[in-house]
Design a protein around this ligand. Structure first.
Ligand SMILES: [Zn+2]
Length: 429
């Protein structure tokens, strides 16, 4: 830069100076205009839904932590006493259930880790996450785009995957380090376009309460601050909608995927105390749910050894209770072990390396993935806007119902799904 400046003649210099002044004046005029005119109002909004996921936001946080914006949304709209998450109460299966209306056995994301095609799908393997072969069923943004509407997703599982060859018109590859405020402001900017291009279905995703809940436990002060942090971001969104004159016109649906249970790092079941892992082809581990794929002919041998262990319930696939909707899918493992609330099922080697990686392995933390019968796994549903009644508390319903609610509001014909609008119609105006 310096060199170029030195080589300029006095005339060049004066010219540059004049240009700079014009630039400054233009910028000043633009800023004055923005202040004088304010945010451009939107007067021709079509029925619109913003679906906000608060990862791990347990149903009782609303009253326990008293986040003001969410409280106000619930008061002016609808809240469910709680929403019933699908089994297993993990992040990917439940997010995909929310947007397809399908139980995990039907949409194929049967856990955060899935075994099929001779390989393993996991949240950290982007090349698999973005490969549509894993994602069965039809998510709401695909339903909307196929029926001529526009969509935008600032994060939500599966929104960076071309399902049926279709991506949301606006989307971002997931990066948890993107500040929440940027997610909100970008989503708002997507609305500032002519009606025929404007998205009618939008998503936001905030991980704060899952992060803090895991690290410090669901009852912790850290988690309360995380809840207030996402509440502030939702407040920013509503303020942005107000500036556009549409805060009373947009339907906002706030959901969570699952709750969070306190866990103690000493409450552990070691599966290798019960059977020899050589009998299995593949074992997919999380502390809360373990998927066992036996070698040919070894199913009964393994099952006999694990069927009566304490603090972990192991089922043969066909014996998994009907209420869990987890027997039908080709990807559900032949043997599934589900830990008792607060417990972990693991191996000695996994446990040893986990303990070694922690400064304080035995302080209280948080976990989810357990049976959805536990209160601690209950999810949140809050909705407000012209489609919803005011001050209505809905009785608990399963998260497969959300897809049909969104389709109804947007005037979309839903794809086949496991929900039934009659179960939740009473919350709508
Ligand atoms: Zn989590």
């Amino acid at each position: 830069m310096q060199k170029t400046f030195e080589r300029m003649s006095p005339t060049d210099h004066q010219f540059k100076h004049a240009l700079r002044q014009i630039g400054v004046i233009t910028l000043a005029i633009a800023m004055l205009a923005a202040v004088a005119l304010g945010q451009q109002k939107i007067s021709d909004l079509k029925p619109t839904v913003i679906l906000i996921s608060l990862d791990g936001f347990r149903a009782d946080y609303l009253d326990k932590f008293d986040p003001p914006t969410l409280k106000k949304l619930a008061k002016n709209g609808v809240r469910a006493k709680w929403m019933i998450p699908s089994f297993p109460t993990k992040t990917f299966p439940n997010h995909y259930t929310l947007v397809t209306g399908l139980y995990p056995e039907h949409h194929g994301i049967v856990e955060n880790n899935v075994y099929d095609f001779g390989t393993v799908f996991s949240m950290s393997k982007l090349e698999e996450v973005e490969n549509p072969r894993w994602w069965l069923g039809e998510p709401i943004w695909v339903t909307a785009e196929k029926q001529g509407q526009h969509t935008g997703a600032y994060f939500f599982p599966a929104t960076a995957t071309p399902i049926e060859g279709i991506l949301p018109e606006h989307y971002r590859r997931y990066n948890g380090r993107v500040p929440n405020d940027l997610r909100v402001d970008t989503l708002l900017s997507w609305l500032d376009v002519p009606q025929k291009e404007r998205p009618t279905f939008l998503t936001l995703y905030f991980s704060d309460t899952d992060d803090a809940g895991h690290e410090f436990g669901p009852e912790s002060i850290e988690n309360k601050y995380a809840a207030w942090n996402v509440d502030r971001s939702i407040g920013r969104l509503i303020e942005g909608l107000r500036l556009r004159g549409i805060d009373q016109k947009v339907n906002i649906i706030v959901v969570s995927d699952h709750g969070m249970a306190p866990v103690d790092g000493r409450k552990i079941v070691f599966l290798d105390d019960h059977f020899n892992f050589d009998l299995a082809d593949k074992i997919l581990w999380t502390n809360e749910i373990v998927q066992i794929f036996p070698k040919p002919g070894k199913l009964d041998e393994i099952y006999d050894k694990v069927k009566n262990i304490d603090h972990s319930t192991c089922w043969k696939k066909q014996d998994i209770p009907e209420r869990l909707h987890y027997t039908d899918g080709p990807r559900v493992a032949p043997i599934v072990c589900s830990s008792e609330e607060g417990w972990g099922t693991t191996s000695h080697a996994r446990y040893k390396s986990w303990v070694a990686s922690q400064d304080e392995p035995y302080r209280t933390r948080g976990a989810h993935g357990y049976d959805n019968k536990y209160e601690s796994m209950r999810a949140t549903f809050i909705a407000s806007g012209p489609a919803f009644k005011r001050g209505y508390v809905a009785k608990p319903f399963a998260n497969v119902e959300v897809y049909n609610v969104v389709c109804k509001i947007l005037g979309l014909k839903p794809a086949p799904n496991d929900g039934d609008l009659d179960h939740v119609r009473s919350m709508l105006r």
